[in-house]
Design a protein around this ligand. Structure first.
Ligand SMILES: [Zn+2]
Length: 168
């Protein structure tokens, strides 16, 4: 069984006021994106990607990639090299890509969650390829579980929680 393991740090900082104008794929035009103050770290192999999550007025998300850290451990303690990069396209977790690569399970460990987040809403914001309705259906069917439990779509996600997503 091929499993992908991701670590998410969902930091809420109180001083998010920055905004940026850029093209929104969903709106089909240039709109203003505002920083949601949520930061996410994806650890994948030896690289840690840090994202700042922005939203347009219609609520579409854009994940701005802030930096790549090189890590010699599996976790974030040892960091080397930090540099800013600019990317033209949003870097999001496309569940359909994982499916195409023969991945069966995506495991997401929440390193830190500063605010109370709904499971369905969090995944709808972070995953590309499934709508919030599809995500809710999968939670109800038990194909997405929280801490190995069959939960409701509105279940709250906290620090140290583990989300398991079965892809079929
Ligand atoms: Zn938009």
């Amino acid at each position: 069984m091929h499993t992908i393991e991701l670590y998410w740090t969902l930091e809420a900082s109180s001083n998010a006021t920055s905004s940026i104008e850029r093209h929104c794929k969903n709106c089909g035009k240039t709109v203003r994106f505002t920083d949601t103050a949520v930061r996410r770290h994806n650890a994948n192999g030896k690289n840690i990607y840090r994202f700042s999550i922005y939203k347009c007025e219609k609520g579409h998300t854009w994940n701005k990639k802030l930096a790549i850290y090189k890590s010699f451990t599996e976790h974030v303690e040892v960091l080397e090299e930090e540099f800013s990069i600019d990317i033209m396209e949003p870097e999001q977790l496309n569940i359909l890509d994982y499916q195409g690569n023969g991945c069966k399970v995506v495991k997401i460990i929440i390193d830190r969650a500063d605010s109370r987040l709904r499971l369905d809403k969090l995944l709808a914001e972070q995953l590309v390829g499934w709508s919030r309705t599809q995500i809710a259906q999968r939670i109800k069917a038990g194909h997405i579980r929280l801490n190995d439990q069959h939960v409701k779509p509105g279940a709250a996600v906290y620090t140290n929680d583990c989300i398991m997503i079965w892809i079929d």
